[in-house]
Design a protein around this ligand. Structure first.
Ligand SMILES: [Zn+2]
Length: 429
């Protein structure tokens, strides 16, 4: 355990926040960047560290039924209804330190500021550091927030860990979660008690850098439709000896599929629709593949995202039609694993307006933008909780060790939320 930083012994918040980020980075270092796997001991140690920071500063910190860490001022610990501020503590493998963690530390900084200044929030506030949000470890994303809202399905619970191949439910159980209510779809947190959910996150695209703004309020989050693995099965053969008419080449079939989807993407965007599409994993069998061999199969992933549910549904239908057509024409077979879906989410107008007012109060130009990446906020929004997000400028994207958020920008984003919490959503000042 790293020595706990003390806000009273540092000259300013900037050094204090930097110290918290540094301490957490030191818990889960990897060959490059940090690795804080979902539902792992590193994740637990991260939450324990944050708990110790809370306790050293007179805040209350407790683990909830999903073994997420919930932090508050002592007087808000027993509140019936509360504004929930938070994000996730896990990272992708060899990821950056700020994706997720920034939102957790922003919430914690709001509590510490209130505690140090003696000011009180307009409504009770709880800050949550959630576990597994990243899909990189098991396939499904938003795992902790879905469990909180009673929305984690059997398929997701059976998803296998990319490393040890044990199911998600085992990993959740091993960090101390009672899985009976999770399996039954019983919410671990009563959504009616959450007055609002607000999440600060680093921006994962280049917009704020381009506009030279430190932060923005988020208006909507893209939903997604994902296949972790699609296998195209053809027939192996000699690359020189098998003529075209005799081939059943799975790689060409995959390429055919992707170029058809790419064409659909282009026309959807030309018509003003919203869509992005990525195949980030492609491989033939590493034990058998060779320069001179037609592979017998190829495995690939497919990640389709849109702000429109209709567009996502349309793409899934198109996918089925194209798969059937390519199977016939190229004499191959596609085998799809379970689809993972997340609905697009709209942020709440009242909270957006309140956060824009808070931006103006803190001297920032009010700016609203859409989120391309997915976040736990989507789960709360789709459970009916009024939800909004604040993005903080960040260089080099995210999910890589080079993500670079300036602590100044982080504190600017934190100040928006802090001012909002002090004044409430309807304050005009
Ligand atoms: Zn994230």
């Amino acid at each position: 355990m790293t020595e706990v930083a003390d806000i009273k012994t540092v000259a300013n918040e900037l050094a204090f926040a930097a110290r918290l980020f540094g301490d957490v980075a030191a818990i889960g270092p990897d060959k490059a960047g940090v690795s804080r796997p979902a539902f792992s001991e590193v994740e637990t140690e991260t939450l324990n560290y944050l708990k110790s920071v809370c306790e050293a500063h007179g805040l209350v910190a407790e683990f909830d039924a999903g073994r997420n860490l919930v932090m508050s001022l002592p007087e808000d610990a027993g509140a019936g209804g509360f504004v929930l501020i938070g994000s996730h503590a896990d990272s992708v493998p060899m990821g950056g330190n700020f994706d997720g963690l920034a939102g957790v530390i922003a919430g914690l900084m709001c509590l510490l500021r209130a505690q140090a200044s003696g000011l009180r929030f307009a409504r009770p506030v709880k800050v949550i550091a959630m576990r597994g949000e990243e899909s990189a470890w098991f396939g499904p994303c938003y795992i902790a927030s879905k469990a909180l809202m009673g929305a984690l399905g059997d398929t997701e619970l059976a998803a296998l860990h990319k490393g040890d191949q044990r199911p998600l439910s085992d990993h959740m159980e091993s960090v101390g979660i009672d899985m009976a209510p999770v399996r039954a779809g019983t919410p671990l947190m009563d959504a009616r008690r959450i007055l609002e959910y607000i999440e600060l996150h680093i921006e994962q695209g280049p917009l704020l850098i381009g506009k030279n703004l430190p932060a923005a309020v988020v208006s909507s989050i893209r939903g997604n439709l994902r296949y972790r693995k699609i296998r195209c099965i053809g027939e192996a053969g000699h690359s020189g000896a098998v003529p075209r008419a005799f081939r059943r080449d799975p790689v060409l079939a995959m390429a055919d599929l992707l170029s058809r989807l790419d064409e659909a993407w282009q026309s959807i965007v030309q018509e003003g629709g919203d869509l992005v599409l990525t195949t980030g994993v492609v491989h033939t069998d590493p034990e058998k593949n060779a320069l001179s061999r037609i592979p017998d199969h190829v495995d690939f992933s497919l990640d389709i995202r849109s702000r429109s549910q209709e567009t996502l549904d349309g793409m899934n239908d198109l996918l089925s039609r194209e798969l059937a057509d390519i199977e016939k024409r190229r004499r191959v077979r596609f085998v799809l694993d379970e689809v993972n879906t997340t609905a697009p989410a709209l942020m709440d107008d009242r909270v957006i307006t309140g956060l824009k007012r808070a931006m103006a109060r803190t001297g920032l130009e009010p700016m609203v933008m859409a989120s391309g990446g997915g976040h736990d906020a989507a789960v709360f929004a789709n459970a009916g909780v009024p939800t909004a997000m604040v993005f903080v400028r960040n260089r080099n994207g995210s999910h890589n060790p080079d993500e670079a958020m300036e602590i100044d920008d982080f504190l600017a984003g934190t100040s928006i939320i802090y001012s909002y919490l002090l004044n409430g959503p309807t304050h005009d000042g």
